[in-house]
Every structure is written in C-alpha cells, then in structure tokens.
Design a protein around this ligand. Structure first.
Ligand code: GLC
Ligand code: CA
Length: 541
C-alpha cells in the first residue's frame, strides 16, 4: 500500500462556534482559532478537521449551508480564513474542511430558485415529489431530527425531501449539473491550499427516495469516483467520509486505494454499543466491554490492505467518551489517559475532538430551556407527545445529547473558562475552574501531556502507524493487543473498568513506552491492573 501523510498525522477537530471567541460576542470565531494555533502546535497535531465555517442561518449550527464560498459573518471573513490556513500551514498543520453536500440550507440561492416553480432551472437540484394518493406525504421516510422527511410546498403543490431539518433540503445527486457545480466549488477550496475534506453524511448522496433508499444507494460509489477524478484525485488530500451504517465490507468500497474514492471513513459500530438494538440513540443500554473489544478488533483486522481506519471516541455529535464509558469523577485523569492510549495505539488515523485533550466532561441539563441543539429539542417534543416522562427524556439527553460536546472550550479559570468575555451562545460547564487548558499545561502529569506524548511517539515510531494488530486474550474488561512491525513488538494493556483486573502474559519487557500512572512495571506475569490502568511496553519479539 502506498504511504500517505494522512496516515501519519493525528487530526484535531475544531467546532468553531465553541472553540475561542476573539471579540466578546459569545461566539467562537476564526480569529480565535488562529490565536490558538500555537496551542495546537504544542499538542503536535498535523491536521485540523474544521466543522463548517460557511455562511449559514444556523438551523443546525452550520451544517445548513447557504453559501459554500462565503464565511459565516459571526466567524469572520474569507481573508481571515485564508490567513488561518496560511498560519496553520506555517506550523505544519493542514486544514481539512467539512464538506456538507448531501443538503444545503433552504436559504441557499439554489433552493431559493428551485422554490420558484417546477420550470425553474434549479428545481431539479433538489428532490421533489407529488403527494401520495391521499394527499399526504409521498412515503414514510423520516427525518433524522424527528417527524417526516417531506415538507409541503404549497406554491408548487409538491413536497421536498429533507433527511435532516426542514431547513436542510436534500440535494439531488442524480442531477449532473448540480454535481459539476459542487466539484467546481471543491476545486476553489483546494486552490486555497486546504488539506482535504471531511464529508458529511456522504453515504446518503446515492439515495433513491421514491424507493425509500437513503444510505448506500446504487450510484453512491459512482458519484464518489467521479468526484475523486474531478477534484482531489490529482492532490494527496485527506478525505474522510461520515458513514453511519458502514461495515468493514462497505468501508472497503470507499477506501480501497485502487477504487479511487476516499482515504478513509468514520464508522460508528462501536459508538452504538450503549443503544438498544431495536431502539434509537436515545434508548439506552449498558455498554459491555467484551462487545467493544470484539468490534474494535474486527475493524483492526478486517480492512487489511483494502482500506484505512479512522480512530475516534468523540466528535461534535457524540457525548464525551470520558463521561460516557470512562469515569469522569474519581478516575477522570486515569480513564481519560487510558482512552487516549487505547485509541492512539491502534492502527489508523487518530482524531481528537476539542477539549478531549484536557479531559472535558459532559454537561447535564435540568431543563430543556438549556438545550441548543435542534436534534435534542425536536426529540424532546416528539417524545413528550408520545407519552415519555420528562425525567426519562432528560436522562437520555444528558447521556447522549449533542450539546454535551458543544459546550465552550475551557481555556482557563477566568469567567466563562476564558472562552469569551461576553455571554456564551451556550453555557460553559461549571467545572471550568478545575478543568481547563491552563491547568493541564502547568501539570507535567496531565492528560494533555499524555496526548502530546502519544503524538510524538507516533512521529518517532513507525510501528504505531504501520504495525499489524493482534488481540491478546484477557478477561472481558481488559483490552490488550500487540502491534508488530519490522521485527519490533509492542504490547498495549488497558483496564476498561473501575475494578482491579487480572492480566498475565509470557512476554518479556524490553522498554516502557508510555503509561497512565507512575508505577513501575517489572514483569508481565500475574499482574493485578489497577482501575483504568493503561501502559504500553516494547517486548521481546
Ligand atoms: C452530520 C453532522 C451533524 C449534522 C448532520 C446533518 O451527521 O455531523 O452535525 O447535524 O450531518 O448535516
Ligand atoms: Ca466572536
């Protein structure tokens, strides 16, 4: 397999609205991001995945784009964006843009035109359908944000499709002219020197709504091959597709190099482990470590040479893993470091979500008035109407709601965690006096320096990037594996629990690589791992 820069780096995701506010309006912005580039350079990352910064009415915080080639006024200007890309570049950090092309905003010029009538040249850029025989919605397709995926347009007597909010009409990828316009837009971004694209819900662009097909439609890969050829194919860019339902077989279709589609995908199989099998994400069940181990192993071993993994615990759509499956109370530091070690030692490109590197936690809410996220708010009303108790709904919001990850970044112990001098668009977690960047930077044993060390080790040791993965047989709560490369062998040992766990192998330690506590480890036989203990040792091959 040919080697690429995007296999070697660690990527850091910025959610710009919540990263750093530079002008006191309570909203993070591009100048704020630029200010923090030195911090990111210190961490050691090689790329930034930047959630949308484009012009948008913000129905879904920028995932509803009204102009792909203008920057959101609240965030700054295109000149500032170009400056940010150049400043990042100086620090060897590439900027990967979020590409949201399954849908636009209903305020995008194309949709404004399309709504003018059936004969409008832009009409077919979107998905329209006549009412069903009874006058109702064309079919039973639902929106990911509750309710039907069809919205009535009285002026033309047709419905339009929105797999997300009403203000996110779906683009019609069957339309060749529309596709060419998207590619031209992507090329103008590539010309600005960006490092690639993270492709929002890309598995939906092959949809055939009239047949009820949304994900993995028949022409999906044809479109991606066409896009590859028309845009990034000539450049070595990082392209990562968001693909919720992907199995390893499906992932290979996107990322097998000879297919000329994407670098890698985000797969979510492990992410669903605390969701009831027949339920929605809000229907909770306990996560079982044995299952997590099985799924991680499956993805580590099944892609082989036909693809490349992306490794992540967090993003702007997920609750913080430290609160979710770690222990954000008495073992906050240990479990945060354990999660980091477990993830970064696997094969693939690791992603860090802002705040993960300082051990930020979920932020429970006591009333729906504190919620900002459209998905959460819509679900709340839908479930109330369906008879769920308020208590039950709030419990699932606090476990799974997207606002958990969208709270402002905690920079220091000053008011609002140093995120803004004004009133933040969403409340800061009250634990900021304790948990913030300044505090971890001042403590050589902090979570931050575990991340920094993992990133440095990756630069120094090719085994972390290219080594083969092999699971080690242990009790359920211990996740342990080996990496092997070029006659070298590393053993990774992690205790994914609040209890002491047994661990024993015959391997002989050559050298300690990294650990989440200061304890000396002299042998690997008959160990009792402490809660959340994690270490990596080089062993005799
Ligand atoms: C993706 C984004 C999410 C957004 C949705 C619709 O899942 O990550 O934030 O709401 O797509 O664009
Ligand atoms: Ca601002």
């Amino acid at each position: 397999m040919e080697k690429h820069w995007w296999q070697e780096v660690v990527v850091y995701q910025i959610y710009p609205r919540s990263f750093k506010d530079s002008n006191g309006d309570g909203i993070g912005d591009i100048a704020g991001m630029t200010e923090k580039l030195d911090y990111l350079e210190k961490l050691g990352i090689g790329a930034i995945w930047l959630s949308p910064v484009y012009q948008s009415p913000n129905d879904d915080n920028g995932y509803d784009i009204s102009d792909y080639e203008a920057v959101l006024d609240e965030f700054g200007t295109m000149a500032e964006m170009e400056h940010f890309i150049a400043e990042a570049d100086k620090r060897n950090i590439k900027v990967v843009m979020d590409l949201v092309v399954n849908h636009t905003s209903d305020e995008h010029a194309w949709f404004v035109e399309a709504k003018k009538g059936k004969d409008n040249p832009y009409r077919d850029y979107y998905v329209w359908a006549d009412p069903a025989a009874d006058g109702g919605v064309p079919n039973g397709l639902g929106s990911a944000f509750s309710g039907p995926a069809w919205e009535w347009d009285a002026a033309s007597g047709q419905y339009y499709l929105h797999l997300f909010s009403k203000k996110q009409p779906d683009l019609n990828w069957q339309n060749q002219k529309m596709r060419q316009e998207i590619y031209a837009m992507m090329n103008r971004w590539i010309a600005k020197g960006i490092g690639g694209f993270r492709m929002d819900v890309i598995d939906l662009i092959g949809k055939i709504p009239e047949e009820g097909i949304t994900g993995n439609g028949p022409q999906l890969h044809e479109f991606l091959q066409e896009m590859h050829q028309a845009t990034f194919g000539a450049h070595d860019l990082l392209t990562v597709g968001e693909t919720w339902g992907a199995t390893p077989e499906i992932a290979k279709l996107y990322s097998a190099p000879e297919r000329k589609e994407l670098s890698m995908v985000f797969q979510f199989e492990h992410i669903g482990l605390d969701q009831k099998p027949d339920g929605e994400k809000w229907d909770l069940q306990p996560m079982r470590a044995a299952e997590l181990k099985r799924i991680l192993t499956k993805w580590q071993t099944e892609l082989g040479q036909d693809g490349w993994n992306s490794l992540f615990w967090n993003n702007h759509d997920l609750p913080r893993m430290l609160s979710r499956w770690g222990n954000d109370q008495e073992y906050r530091s240990e479990s945060a470091k354990m999660l980091a070690i477990l993830l970064h030692m696997m094969k693939g490109t690791p992603y860090i979500y802002q705040g993960e590197e300082i051990g930020m936690t979920n932020t429970p809410i006591a009333s729906i008035a504190e919620a900002r996220d459209i998905e959460t708010i819509n679900m709340y009303h839908e479930r109330l109407a369906r008879g769920y108790s308020e208590e039950e709904i709030l419990a699932s919001i606090n476990a799974k709601g997207r606002d958990n990850a969208r709270r402002p970044m905690q920079w220091n112990a000053s008011s609002n965690g140093g995120f803004t001098t004004g009133t933040p668009w969403i409340g800061v977690n009250e634990n900021y006096p304790l948990i913030n960047a300044e505090t971890v930077l001042a403590d050589p044993d902090s979570i931050f320096y575990t991340y920094q060390k993992l990133i440095r080790l990756r630069k120094e040791h090719p085994i972390m990037i290219w080594g083969e993965f092999e699971l080690v047989d242990t009790v359920d709560e211990v996740i342990s594996y080996c990496r092997e490369y070029d006659g070298e062998r590393w053993l990774v040992v992690t205790n994914f629990s609040d209890e002491t766990q047994p661990f024993s192998v015959e391997d002989e330690i050559v050298e300690m690589i990294i650990q989440n506590d200061g304890n000396e480890i002299t042998g690997l036989k008959d160990l009792q791992l402490k809660p959340w203990q994690a270490f990596v040792v080089k062993v005799k091959a």
